[in-house]
Design a protein around this ligand. Structure first.
Ligand SMILES: *Cc1c(COP(=O)(O)O)cnc(C)c1O
Length: 354
């Protein structure tokens, strides 16, 4: 149990218009902070009014990127209750990331307790309009002021909250995806499986290129042969090929998404065959040409399920199915969002009340 000291704001902000939330621009009244000092461990957990940080310009996080982050959401059900979706998985993944980046371990129970506590304090900020949610961004930064390259001896664990709008304004909308054949995101042995800023810094140039080409997201190929499918910007990727659900195996260079895990669990529960394996871009092109590529969708906390209408690879532009949202994509979206909102039975025990 954390002994969290709570200091409430004296000047609460006005709540935003729920129809104009967008993503990641508005922050709530409070934030969670906990410090780490070598020899002392994690200490001084507290919830304070949302405020700017004061850090030395020599803080290690600014120079060598020793930092990690997580992303999850709190949902307001039609019954008015606030729910979290599998927050323990975010806590476990935090430690997988931390281990790779030489950041000290944070007990999963403490992670979940901190998330719950700060969401509770700002519970009024969970929007109520359909498909809106409160995005939760926990992160850890290295704070030693030192320009040498070594693991920091001090850190801050912070959680900020941001009400976010409906990802889809009017039903699931298929996106166009750019298969990147030049830049790569990660290689096995690197930090691809860790949720850390460095992976995103490495992704920006390709994202700009895809946007310039008229595509909304990048689909990465493996960093060695540039032949096998990895994942999309901030989503894992699934294909339905000839009745089977296929997704790249977790090879060390792919982020192990919690939505990915939930999709696999649901598909298996529905009696579908699920294969986690290598998928080459050539196999996809073949499947599309022979009419066996039935569906393609991304999975991630932000969009839950993002149907893909077209995939572009070099000079090939492949339409998936008839270019509209597939039946499996729709069923997965409805089921996961239903569980999150309390309207679909939570048979796997994924939901945690705030
Ligand atoms: C966070 C993230 C995902 C999706 O993970 P979820 O736990 O499903 O939200 C996929 N890929 C990358 C690179 C990510 O950072």
């Amino acid at each position: 149990m954390l002994d969290i000291k709570i200091t409430r704001t004296q000047t609460p902000k006005e709540k935003p218009d729920e129809t104009k939330l967008g993503f990641g621009k508005i922050f709530t009244d409070h934030m969670f902070i906990m410090d780490y000092t070598e020899g002392k461990g994690w200490h001084d957990p507290r919830i304070e009014p949302y405020h700017n940080l004061s850090l030395s310009p020599a803080s290690m996080v600014f120079h060598y990127g020793q930092e990690m982050f997580e992303g999850l959401k709190a949902y307001r059900g039609e019954d008015g209750k606030a729910r979290l979706f599998r927050p323990d998985m975010n806590g476990k993944r935090t430690n997988d990331t931390n281990k790779r980046l030489c950041i000290p371990e944070l007990p999963v129970e403490d992670f979940v307790e901190a998330v719950k506590a700060v969401v509770k304090v700002d519970e009024d900020w969970i929007p109520t309009a359909p498909s809106t949610s409160l995005y939760i961004r926990p992160f850890i930064i290295a704070t030693d002021d030192f320009l040498g390259v070594a693991p920091s001896k001090t850190y801050m664990f912070i959680i900020i909250l941001s009400p976010s709008g409906a990802y889809y304004e009017s039903g699931l909308a298929p996106v166009g995806i750019w298969i990147e054949d030049d830049y790569v995101r990660a290689v096995k042995g690197g930090i691809g499986f860790a949720k850390t800023g460095g992976n995103y810094a490495a992704s920006l140039a390709a994202q700009v290129k895809a946007h310039d080409g008229g595509y909304s997201q990048v689909l990465w190929l493996d960093g060695v042969e540039r032949k096998y499918i990895e994942e999309v910007g901030a989503m894992n990727i699934f294909f339905k090929i000839d009745g089977k659900v296929v997704t790249p195996a977790l090879s060390g260079s792919i982020l192990p998404g919690i939505t990915r895990n939930s999709v696999i669990t649901l598909c298996k529960d529905w009696g579908l065959e699920v294969e986690e394996r290598k998928i080459s871009v050539d196999e996809l092109i073949e499947a599309q040409k022979s009419g066996k590529l039935e569906e393609c969708f991304g999975s991630g906390t932000a969009a839950v399920i993002s149907p893909v209408g077209t995939l572009r690879y070099k000079d090939d532009v492949m339409q998936i199915g008839d270019g509209t949202t597939g039946a499996l994509s729709q069923k997965l979206y409805d089921t996961v969002t239903g569980i999150q909102n309390g309207t679909v039975e939570d048979k796997f025990g994924w939901v945690v009340n705030v």
